[in-house]
Design a protein around this ligand. Structure first.
Ligand SMILES: Cc1cc2nc3c(=O)[nH]c(=O)nc-3n(C[C@H](O)[C@H](O)[C@H](O)COP(=O)(O)OP(=O)(O)OC[C@H]3O[C@@H](n4cnc5c(N)ncnc54)[C@H](O)[C@@H]3O)c2cc1C
Length: 402
């Protein structure tokens, strides 16, 4: 059993690791170091109910204060870890302090990708990663304002859905031919584009933002060779994993801190979990996931490995997105040549697209369709063979399709 554990990053994975370490019997000193001025909080509501003003800040926090005292977890907030001295097994802090560790978990998450165009520093241009970002954006939200959303991914579309309901005039610029390209099938993209358009959002696919312009504040977005007047812009063009501290310490990084399927780095004292990692996935490939599921499950496996009880991480990835009255739930990972099977009717706003690979379900994208999601996720985990015709047949209940 290690004597002293330090966790860098007080987010979803960091908080989970504290819980699992204590549940699994670690009794030694435990320190959680976070550079934000808040206790660990959940990010998904930020672009949904918290932005809409229907979710209080207190509800964002993942654990009550009593959890940390009962877990005997020393918390350092508002202080960044700046260096890992692997020889001395010390974490160096921005305030000049240092903490010794026997086992170290790096759970530094990710940060927004900045848009590298002229005018990108103008006031009125926002990003969305943390509480402070949403508070700033919300302060600028007002009916009638023209909002340019740069990037038709989850975050951009979730913000667009909230903004149009608040009476803003919303245009989404997406560089690729369809929205949510990386995450969902063409059927889902077509469906979501039509829902947004019906709600009044302009969707501009195949349009890249070239620059921003304004006298002291954003006034125009130049995109696709045209000028669009705008009062605000929300840029949601992806994230960059926070690997610098690991890379500087000589740990392997490749678009994420490279870990094995037990969240171990090549240094036997150092582990990593969450958005900051690139790990060996269920199918043996190196993947980087950006989700609550991954942060929680990988942190659990990291905690076990830190306690000398490594257990390979094989959980099926899952994700969700809320836009309007639509709950999108996704399980599994898409591949380009998957056979796509539609079940249900998109016009009824309740359907699912299954991705079949070698005769079994590899992924499911379910819209307001909980049974399809729940059973689909189980079919993925079990690898049960299933016929496309049965999946498509809504007269066969989901629980009986396999
Ligand atoms: C707006 C938004 C909406 C989202 N919606 C969904 C959703 O609907 N479903 C879903 O599954 N996922 C969603 N996600 C993704 C999900 O929130 C992340 O995948 C998850 O938070 C990752 O957890 P993590 O612990 O790896 O990172 P984080 O929760 O980001 O925590 C990492 C923490 O480490 C801190 N840190 C970084 N470097 C240092 C350092 N050197 N020293 C100290 N502290 C440091 C960071 O500031 C941060 O507080 C959303 C994310 C955002 C931003």
């Amino acid at each position: 059993m290690p004597e002293r554990i330090v966790i860098i990053g007080a987010g979803q994975a960091g908080a989970q690791a504290v819980a699992t370490l204590r549940v699994e019997g670690f009794g030694g000193p435990l320190t959680l170091v976070g550079d934000e001025p808040f206790p660990p909080y959940q990010r998904p509501p930020l672009s949904k109910a918290y932005l809409a003003g229907t979710f209080e800040r207190e509800r964002l926090f993942l654990k009550p204060e009593s959890f940390y005292s009962e877990s005997r977890c020393e918390r350092l907030h508002g202080v960044a870890a700046t260096d890992i001295d692997r020889g001395a097994r010390n974490v160096v802090l921005a305030d000049g302090g240092a903490i010794a560790y026997d086992r170290l978990l790096i759970a530094t998450g990710s940060r927004v990708r900045r848009i590298p165009v002229a005018g990108a520093d103008l006031p009125g241009i926002f990003y969305l990663r943390g509480i402070a970002d949403v508070d700033a954006l919300r302060g600028a939200f007002a009916a009638g304002k023209r909002l340019a959303v740069v990037g038709g991914g989850y975050i951009g579309l979730e913000v667009a859905a909230v903004a149009i309901k608040h009476g803003l005039d919303v245009t989404v610029f997406e560089a690729l031919p369809r929205v949510m390209t990386r995450a969902v099938s063409p059927q889902l993209s077509v469906f979501y584009e039509s829902v947004h358009r019906k709600a009044g959002v302009r969707i501009e696919p195949n349009v890249s933002v070239e620059s921003f312009e304004g006298a002291g504040r954003l006034q125009f977005v130049h995109a696709g060779g045209k000028s669009h007047a705008a009062d605000l812009a929300l840029v949601g063009i992806g994230i960059v994993p926070n690997v610098e501290i690991a890379a500087a310490a000589g740990l392997a990084c490749d678009d994420g801190i490279v870990v094995d399927d037990c969240a171990r780095t090549a240094d036997p004292a150092i582990f990593a979990a969450g958005d900051c990692t690139r790990h060996v996935g269920r199918e043996g490939q190196l993947i980087r996931l950006e989700s609550v599921q991954n942060a929680i499950d990988q942190a659990k496996h990291a905690a076990l490995a830190m306690l000398g009880r490594p257990l390979p991480y094989r959980e099926v990835p899952w994700f969700w997105s809320d836009q309007y009255d639509l709950k999108l739930q996704i399980a599994g990972l898409a591949r380009e040549n998957d056979e796509l099977v539609l079940r249900g009717n998109p016009a009824a706003r309740k359907f699912a697209v299954f991705r079949l690979r070698e005769g079994s379900v590899a992924a499911v994208e379910a819209v307001n369709a909980a049974p399809e999601y729940v059973v689909g996720r189980r079919l993925i985990a079990d690898g049960t063979p299933v016929a496309a015709s049965r999946l498509a047949d809504t007269s066969i209940p989901m629980k009986s399709v396999a």
